[in-house]
Design a protein around this ligand. Structure first.
Ligand code: SF4
Length: 339
């Protein structure tokens, strides 16, 4: 495997390369690597280590992304590479996302082609491809190649992302992607700066823009005790979802467990339920609690009458006969429900 010439960058003076792929907008001199750990300048040309290899590939329930309102009950062929443009101290996938930055080695993984990935996805019955596990922005070239092939074969494309794509990146992916789960990790710029080495405002801009692109969007927040769970902050976060993305946008509040650099104890279920109440009080119609097996807020209820419509037992989903509530005739929002 050899590194590939990257897309979305400009040449600058002194053989510098200005990367335009994500909101960090790194300008790299020869020999330098971007914050993502996978793009680097070689004699004035920007290369990527992630265009032709994957570090993880699995057939997953789409609910695992999590997407609860997009092709529910189907499987999605999921791929990811090493590297990430964030540096979250609580990363639940840090071996994949962060190791490459400190080891300064080329990304490991299995050699792949977009054709081969789409062939594998189609062969195992997937209805979609998901670009996930680490951060798909930083394997943009592979995402683009796979997504083009997938659409030709009638498969959909899903991003699971931190929302730090640049506008040119979003514009390029716009017609290729049909659904995304974006992390909205907190509603505090200080949190993004201190813990993720990023900023909040660009993430909010990405979410607004992705909505305009017509993608089906769901939001995930990993709730960390005493770090991002202040009621005022959750009030702002859930109000943003309602006002900018729409009250039908599912909000997944996910239980944190200590990982990587974080030793804060796991989130108590009561804190997750308080957060869910804030979201519902602010008008969000589909609020879910994740990483708590058997919790009632893992199911889908009618937003008008409260009838139980979709049961989930782990990643087993029992679909309704119709997306129309049999009690009050309200339609479930989303894509791919039984008619
Ligand atoms: S993808 Fe982002 S972090 Fe990586 S080199 Fe480009 S601008 Fe920097």
């Amino acid at each position: 495997m050899a590194d590939s010439i990257a897309q979305l960058w400009d040449s600058k003076d002194r053989n510098a390369a200005a990367c335009r792929l994500c909101r960090h907008a790194c300008t790299l001199l020869p020999g330098q690597w971007g914050l993502c750990g996978v793009r680097h300048n070689v004699n004035g040309t920007l290369y990527t280590t992630t265009a032709d290899r994957v570090a993880a590939a699995n057939l997953d329930p789409v609910e695992k992304k999590p997407l609860y309102h997009f092709l529910p009950g189907t499987r999605t062929f999921s791929i990811g590479t090493e590297g990430c443009n964030f540096a979250c101290g609580f990363c639940q996938n840090h071996a994949l996302s962060q190791t490459v930055k400190t080891s300064r080695r080329m990304s490991a993984g299995t050699a792949v082609t977009p054709e081969g990935i789409v062939e594998a996805a189609g062969g195992c019955g997937a209805r979609s491809l998901s670009y996930t596990y680490s951060e798909p922005t930083i394997f943009f070239e592979l995402v683009k190649g796979c997504a083009e092939q997938a659409l030709r074969r009638g498969l959909k494309n899903i991003l699971v992302s931190n929302g730090y794509e640049s506008r040119p990146c979003l514009e390029a992916l716009g017609p290729l992607i049909q659904a995304a789960n974006f992390d909205l990790k907190a509603f505090s710029d200080a949190f993004y700066q201190k813990i993720c080495n990023a900023r909040l405002a660009p993430v909010l801009d990405t979410l607004r823009f992705a909505k305009k692109l017509g993608w089906w969007i769901e939001i995930t927040t990993l709730l960390i005790p005493a770090v991002n769970d202040a009621p005022k902050e959750l009030d702002g976060l859930s109000s943003f979802i309602r006002d900018e993305l729409g009250a039908d946008t599912p909000w997944h509040i996910s239980r944190y467990r200590p990982e990587y650099l974080f030793t804060v104890p796991p989130t108590q279920t009561a804190r997750l339920e308080q957060a869910a109440e804030i979201g519902k009080k602010n008008g969000l119609r589909h609020v879910y609690i994740g990483n708590v097996p058997g919790h009632p807020l893992n199911h889908t209820y009618c937003s008008t009458c409260g009838a139980l419509l979709v049961k989930r037992d782990g990643y087993h989903t029992t679909l309704p006969k119709s997306k129309i509530c049999p009690v009050c005739a309200t339609a479930l929002p989303g894509v791919g429900w039984p008619e």
